[in-house]
Structure formats: structure tokens, C-alpha cells
Design a protein around this ligand. Structure first.
Ligand code: FAD
Length: 319
């Protein structure tokens, strides 16, 4: 092949990458392939043709389990060496970031991380990537063959193209890893994913104590929403297993109500795609007010119960 090779262990993200890869490959007049790496090949592998793949290259091995970065790097780098794509697109999950970085280092080729767009220009790829926590964008022209780029979820859109992909096994040597994974720990389940919630109450360090989370939950329940938080509320106070922001989850809610959030750019990156942001903060100069559609200068512990009661009265009248 001479076109675009796509890899992600996440099926939805893989379809998103294929949507964009298909569009660019059509402009280039080239083909799109998927790298499938695992213990065995699923019967549905050819169905990736419906999402834009011409070919699915498979590498199977009993060592391709648990997304261990070493054997997965052997497998991906092996396909790249044999098939010689122009571009390798990898989903920017935690394993994807590690496997892509190792593959780029092993092959001595250029890697653009967290790419939000890319194009074929003057015989090589140019990738646009977020910088400074998403407030700026850099364009990188990658002159190596291949170029490698990682892409987050929900950047591109899947497109159904119809058809079936050709499934081809590739013979690659997978070496036993030098590093042993001693334990996997499941993440604590947090109900509906924050990314899928229509409404989020976003709790910051302005909330005094864990018991006050009930105020946030009561407000969220009125909108079938979820309670989420800033990084220090998770990493320092340990109230939640994850957080919103640059290094956390990103939401696209219809409504996001922030309680005691100061508005640091690292946090705002995670909530700014919400349709409406309402900020409640005791400090009238808090930065969050410049990001919000509506702002309330108040002590959240006093204001939220009043707001929740008023909303309940209003919805009772409408019922
Ligand atoms: C590389 C890097 C990555 C980072 N990534 C993330 C990330 O992904 N997500 C993230 O959240 N942070 C991240 N951070 C941390 C970030 O910079 C901020 O420190 C953090 O977001 C602040 O959290 P906060 O708004 O909850 O707390 P604070 O900044 O302490 O703000 C608390 C706010 O509550 C208000 N307040 C106090 N009392 C009340 C009250 N009674 N009623 C109403 N309001 C009140 C205060 O006025 C203040 O504005 C990152 C930092 C770095 C360096």
C-alpha cells in the first residue's frame, strides 16, 4: 500500500479515524487500511469496509493481549515496515499514545500528537495539533515516510461507505516483552459516562466538604445529569476517580453548571464545548465568569439549595 494505515483498539474511535482517512485518501487517489492486532481475528473484520477501509491487515499472536505496549509496537511497526504507508493514524488513547510513540522511535519517523486535522500537501502530510491547552494550534509538516499522527476521540466523524474490506494476514515477529505487567486495576464505575451526559454539575475546590456533594447531585438529578469535578477535587481530595479538563474528560453537555470552579484554562478545555455554561462562584473576579454564558456571584452552599428548590417549584407548576 502507499496510503493511510489506521489503528485503534477502540471500535468507535477507529471508525472516526477511518472517516477522515477515507476522505483524504480519496483526494490523494490512494487506499486506506486498518491494522488489526490481537490474539485472533474477529469474524466481523471485513465489515470495516463499511466504514472506509479497503484492507484489514491482521497480526495475531498469543502475546497480543492486555494492550502490552511492547508486542503491540512489534506488530504495528512490523505492518508499517512491510506495507509502507504514507501516514499512520493512531487513536490517542493511553495505549495508543504509547504504541505510536514507540513505533515512531523504532522507525525513526515523525510523530504529531493530538492532531485535529491533517492534509496531503506537496508530497507529505501536514498535521494541525492543539497547543497551550487548546488555546492555540500548530501546523507540522512531517517529511518522513511514514508520518505518524495521533487523534483524540470525537475529533472526526465516521462515514458509512458500504462494502467489505479484504482481510490479509501479515507475518510479523512478536518478541516476548521485557516488561511484565503485574496487575490490572479496574476503574471504579461512575454511572453514565460524563461525555454522554446531557447535563453536568461541575464541582470545584470551592465546595467545602464531601457531604455537600448532595447539593450538586440534587441539582443534577433535575436534569438527568451527572456530577463531575476539577482535577484537585479528584486527585487531592479523592472524591471522584476522574476529572474534567486537559488531562481528564471533555464534555459536550447541553448545560454545565460549575460550582466553586476558578476557571483555569486546563479545566475550561474540558467543559467549553458545552452549549450553555452557568458559573457559580463567590469571587466576582473569578476567571470562570469570562467563560460562562451566565454567572452568579454567591456562596454555592447557600445559593444551590435555593436554585434547586426554585427549579423544583417551577417544574411542579409546569407538570
Ligand atoms: C499540566 C497541568 C494540567 C492540568 N490539568 C487539569 C485538568 O485536566 N483539569 C483540572 O481541573 N485542572 C487541571 N490542572 C489544574 C488547574 O491548573 C487548576 O489548578 C484547577 O483546575 C483548579 O481547580 P478548581 O477550580 O477546583 O480550584 P481553585 O482554583 O482552587 O478554585 C476554587 C474556586 O472556588 C471559589 N470558591 C471558594 N469558596 C466558594 C464558595 N463558598 N462558593 C462559591 N465559590 C467558592 C473560589 O473563588 C475559586 O475561584 C492542571 C494543571 C497543570 C499544571
Amino acid at each position: 500500500m502507499s496510503g493511510i494505515l489506521v489503528y485503534s483498539e477502540k471500535p468507535q474511535l477507529l471508525r472516526e479515524l477511518l472517516g477522515k482517512a477515507r476522505q483524504v485518501a480519496t483526494e490523494m487517489g490512494t487506499d486506506v487500511a486498518v491494522a488489526y492486532l490481537g490474539e485472533s481475528v474477529p469474524e466481523t473484520a471485513a465489515d470495516l469496509g463499511n466504514w472506509g477501509a479497503d484492507t484489514v491487515y491482521t497480526v495475531t499472536s498469543p502475546l497480543l493481549v492486555g494492550l502490552h505496549p511492547e508486542p503491540y509496537t512489534d506488530a504495528l511497526a512490523g505492518i508499517v515496515e512491510q506495507m509502507k504507508p504514507e501516514l499512520v493514524l493512531v487513536g490517542a488513547t493511553k495505549p495508543g499514545l504509547e504504541i505510536s510513540a514507540r513505533t515512531a522511535a523504532r522507525l525513526g519517523v515523525g510523530l504529531a500528537s493530538f492532531c485535529v486535522d491533517f492534509r496531503w500537501q506537496d508530497g507529505c502530510f501536514t498535521a494541525d495539533c492543539m497547543i497551550y491547552s487548546g488555546v492555540g494550534k500548530n501546523s507540522y509538516k512531517i517529511t518522513t515516510k511514514p508520518a505518524i499522527a495521533t487523534v483524540n476521540a470525537a475529533v472526526f466523524t465516521p462515514t458509512e461507505t458500504g462494502g467489505a474490506a479484504q482481510v490479509t494476514a501479515v507475518d510479523v515477529t512478536i518478541n516476548p516483552p521485557s516488561m511484565k505487567i503485574v496487575e490490572y486495576k479496574a476503574k471504579a464505575a461512575a454511572g453514565v459516562r460524563w461525555e454522554d451526559a446531557p447535563m453536568i454539575v461541575d464541582v470545584g475546590q470551592g465546595m467545602n466538604q464531601k457531604e455537600d456533594l448532595g447539593l450538586a447531585q440534587e441539582l443534577a438529578d433535575l436534569f438527568a445529569g451527572q456530577v463531575a469535578c476539577s482535577r484537585p477535587v479528584s486527585s487531592e481530595r479523592d472524591w471522584f476517580p476522574e476529572w474534567l479538563g486537559l488531562s481528564g474528560k471533555r464534555i459536550h453537555a447541553d448545560l454545565c453548571v460549575t460550582l466553586g470552579i476558578s476557571g483555569s484554562i486546563q479545566h475550561v478545555v474540558g467543559i467549553r464545548d458545552s452549549k450553555t455554561i452557568v458559573a457559580i462562584n463567590i469571587d466576582e473576579n473569578a476567571g470562570i465568569f469570562s467563560q460562562a454564558d451566565y454567572g452568579v456571584v454567591a456562596d454555592l452552599h447557600k445559593f444551590v439549595p435555593i436554585l434547586t428548590a426554585a427549579l423544583k417549584t417551577k417544574s411542579a407548576k409546569l407538570a
